[in-house]
Design a protein around this ligand. Structure first.
Ligand code: HEM
Length: 403
């Protein structure tokens, strides 16, 4: 028999609820933390709980520390994996790698991309037809991958291959995809995409070692602190991470903001006439309909979160999208209102793993959103948007806009 907790999680997993998961999130939040002791999982959904877990010194990101992973390794006599991206590492490795990468990921590098981003956005909007066009295929999807390719110094002709690999790998990041009918064929495709990308990046590293450019990849090769450099495996894992963490997330931010404004046409008009509003629109979208709906942590020790005891090794799922609608923290939490006072959110995470790409995502979204609203002042929604099955990186596959 399914417990209430399991029933609510099944409701959340149901792709039929992907277009509007917020009523389910509300039910989960109102019920309080869900605990599934046999699965070693606890689910948190209020702002205070999610915030507390992210700030807790015993919260870990290394999934290998979970009871389930430990058990799996023992049962299958498995070796711990090789180089992994620092998103899934804890101190001291996380601190060392993040420190080295942030040295290369400085505002100077990001801000230098702005003219390129403007040219890309204008070029994409020039191609939008006179009739309804898909704002995902026409703008939100191609922009971030082109920007990451520019950042890493990937030649333009290789972008389509990057795009395909990125879509497959973003699904692999979703801890729920396995539970929502992921096929072994898809798994094989993801593995092949991962191998292709790693080989491609190794070739590019070899080229940049011979002839450094002014791109991030060259900076990652040269970056050094007290004689410590990144190994080749670490550079590959980092570039992988930048592509996976920086692509679909930014697509979803741009698309979710377009959708929210089209459903609140006065917001569309207001931004079109006053580009200075764009950061408020972006931060409110990050709260109201966040691109990353949940993050997870492993309890690195027995922990107490609110009234809940979480045993060492349990996985904690933080439904940040539910936390962002917490009426205890936000007035009119279910309303999209960029003009509300200070906008708090956990959409870029919090604590030691706070999103390294947040300034880049904000820059891309501000250029894209101010341009599309100014260019098509009369735009309206041409059809209901269609959602992909992904739960963690929840986002649309099509969003038709009539100009
Ligand atoms: C709107 C777009 C984006 C959103 C919503 C987003 C969200 C997040 C979140 C929630 C985390 C923390 C995950 C956790 O704590 O487990 C994170 C980490 C990260 N993000 Fe982003 N991200 C976005 C764009 C980007 C971009 C454009 C890049 C780079 C090209 C990027 C690079 C990273 C990296 C490297 C980390 C790992 C940081 C660490 O582990 O220390 N992100 N992001």
């Amino acid at each position: 028999m399914t417990t209430v907790a399991e029933g609510l999680l099944l409701e959340l997993l149901d792709p039929a609820n992907r277009a509007d998961p917020y009523p389910t999130y509300r039910r989960i939040r109102e019920r309080g933390p869900l605990q599934l002791p046999e699965a070693h999982v606890a689910v948190f959904s209020t702002f205070a709980e999610c915030d507390a877990v992210l700030r807790h010194p015993s919260s870990c990101s290394d999934r290998m520390k979970s009871t389930l992973a430990q058990r799996h390794m023992a049962e299958h006599d498995a070796e711990p994996r090789g180089a992994t991206s620092f998103l899934f590492l804890d101190a001291p490795d996380h601190t060392r790698l993040r420190g080295l990468v942030s040295k290369a990921f400085v505002p100077k590098v990001i801000n230098a991309l702005e003219p390129d981003i403007r040219t890309l956005v204008d070029g994409l909007l020039d191609q939008a037809s006179d009739g309804p066009f898909d704002a995902i295929a026409g703008l939100a999807y191609p922009l971030p991958v082109a920007v990451i390719c520019r950042l890493l110094g990937v030649p333009i002709e290789d972008e389509p291959k990057f795009r395909d690999a990125s879509a497959l790998l973003a699904q692999a990041l979703d801890p729920f995809m396995a539970m929502t009918g992921e096929t072994s064929e898809l798994f094989d495709q993801q593995m092949a995409a991962g191998r292709w990308l790693a080989d491609y990046l190794r070739d590019l590293i070899a080229q940049r070692r011979r002839r450094p450019g002014d791109d991030l990849m060259s900076a990652l090769i040269q970056v050094e602190e007290s004689g410590v450099q990144l190994t080749e495996d670490e550079i590959v894992a980092t570039c992988d991470l930048l592509l996976i963490a920086g692509h679909e997330t930014t697509v979803n931010l741009i698309a979710n903001a377009i959708l929210a404004m089209l459903r609140h046409p006065q917001q569309w008009t207001a931004l079109g006439g006053e580009p200075g509003r764009v950061s408020r629109v972006i931060e409110e979208t990050m709260r109201y309909d966040p691109p990353v709906q949940l993050v997870s942590r492993i309890a690195g020790a027995d922990m107490t979160i609110g009234d809940v005891e979480v045993p060492n090794g349990d996985t904690m799922l933080l439904l940040v999208a539910a936390a962002h609608r917490d009426p205890g923290v936000f007035d009119r939490a279910d309303e999209f209102d960029p003009d509300r006072g200070a906008i708090r959110h956990l959409g870029f995470g919090k604590g030691p793993h706070f999103c390294l790409g947040a300034p880049l995502a904000r820059l891309e979204a501000s250029v894209a959103l101010s341009a599309i609203t100014a260019r098509f002042p009369q735009a309206h929604l041409a059809a209901d948007p269609v959602y992909k099955p992904n739960l963690t990186l929840r986002g649309m596959s099509t969003l038709f806009v009539a100009p």
